[in-house]
Every structure is written in C-alpha cells, then in structure tokens.
Design a binder for this molecule. Structure first.
Ligand code: C5P
Length: 221
C-alpha cells in the first residue's frame, strides 16, 4: 500500500520587529497558502501548514505550525522539510529586518529614524541545498513587472522544480484577493498559463500538475 503524499506548505506574511510593538511586514493574507492546504487535503494528502499571522481559520485536518518572524519560519521549515515529499513555499517572507531590534518599546523621543536593515536569509534556497533526491520544491514569485523573466531567474537561482508567478499589481490577483491568475514555470522548461479562478480552483489545478511527478517519486521509494 502506498502512503499518502506528505506536503509542507508555508503561508501568510512574516513580521520583523523594531521593538515589541512595531514591525515591518507585507499585505499577505494567507489566502493562497490556505487554499493550497485545503486542495491538498481534498486530494487526501497529509498537510503540514506553517502559517504567519493571518485572520483565517486553518483548514480542518492540517497540522498547523504558527510562526511570526522569518527566523521562526526558517527553523520550523528545516524541522519539517526532511519528512515532506513536496514543499510549497507560498509564504510572503519579509525580505528585510531591522539590523537592531530593541527588547523594550522605544520612546519616540529616542527613536533612531534612520533605521538600518539587513537581509532575511533565503529560506527556500537553504532548503533546496539540503533536499533529498525525489523531494519536489515549489516557490512563488509575486511580481509587478517582467514577471516571466524574474520567475525563471528565481527557479534557477533557488534550484526549484516549479515556480508559480503572480502579478500582484492586478486587483483580481495576488495579495488579499479571493481570485488569482498565475503562470506556472517548470524546471524542465514548460510554461502553463492557468485558467483564472478562485484561489481554491487555482490551487487544485496546481496540485494536479505537481501530482504526476510525486506519484513517480513515491513508487520509487
Ligand atoms: O526572491 P523572492 O522573495 O521573490 O522569492 C519568492 C520565493 O522565495 C517564495 O517562494 C518565498 O516564500 C521564498 N522566500 C524565502 N526566503 C526569503 C524570501 C523569499 O524562502 N527570505
């Protein structure tokens, strides 16, 4: 008997704090990641969902791992990644963090207005460096222009099998929208312009395209 496919999905934003009450983040609502988790459950996959702070109820049946910062996402991803067949990195990781974070609320009078930032290390890249043969890695690329070019570059640089690109400058796609329009790029060179739809419909179409590569992997183990 084959075991169910085990899927690790990350969703929502991360936050990077200046002090305990102030942070930098992005407008991600987690809707696409949660739709992927629901679609994976519908396909009878086992789902580990690592979620940044969002206002959505987790799909019933997922193993939920709440995180807040990029560092927490990094650690939880590395804990869970070894046992997954497919990683779908849908989280909108906040790319930068204040170089200095204060343990107590900083008073306005003493606030350092020229805040220095440092990069948040690329989690997906660090995971692709430790992948085992057969593990499938999927990234997301939120772009406002030159979408195909940036998406292909990320596919290569992060050593992914697939990248899902969405145009976040549209009001009916990307952050906060209930619908999405995405293009999927494969490591093997194919491009799939998916039918626009609800995020759940788009998620199901994506999983249907990933599934054949996973089935092959499973029968090899
Ligand atoms: O390079 P960019 O941030 O646009 O790449 C997007 C992809 O990389 C997404 O899948 C996102 O979850 C992931 N990412 C990451 N660690 C970061 C930044 C992005 O894993 N520090």
């Amino acid at each position: 008997m084959t075991r169910p496919i085990r899927c690790l999905i990350t969703a929502g934003p991360t936050r990077e704090f200046f002090d305990p009450v102030r942070f930098i983040s992005n407008p991600s609502t987690g809707k696409m990641g949660y739709a992927l988790a629901q679609a994976a459950l519908d396909a009878a996959w086992t789902v580990d969902l690592i979620s940044g702070p969002v206002a959505l109820p987790p799909p019933q049946g997922v193993n939920l791992y709440p995180i807040t910062t990029g560092a927490e996402l990094h650690e939880t991803c590395h804990d869970l990644f070894p046992s997954c067949d497919i990683l779908i990195m849908c989280a909108a990781v906040c790319d930068m963090r204040p170089a200095q974070s204060h343990p107590h609320k900083v008073k306005k009078e003493t606030f350092e207005w020229n805040v220095r930032f440092e990069p948040v290390p690329d989690i997906l890249k660090s995971l692709s460096n430790v992948r085992k043969p057969g593990q499938v890695l999927v990234g997301f690329a939120a772009e406002t222009r030159d979408i195909a070019e940036y998406a292909r570059r990320k596919l290569e640089e992060k050593n992914l099998d697939w990248i899902v690109a969405n145009d976040v400058s549209r009001s009916d796609a990307g952050f906060a929208s209930d619908t999405n329009t995405v293009t999927l790029y494969a490591r093997t060179g194919e491009t799939y312009a998916l039918q626009p739809g609800t995020k759940l419909e788009v998620a199901s179409s994506l999983l249907a395209l990933f599934a054949p590569t996973l089935s092959r992997t499973q029968s090899n183990t």
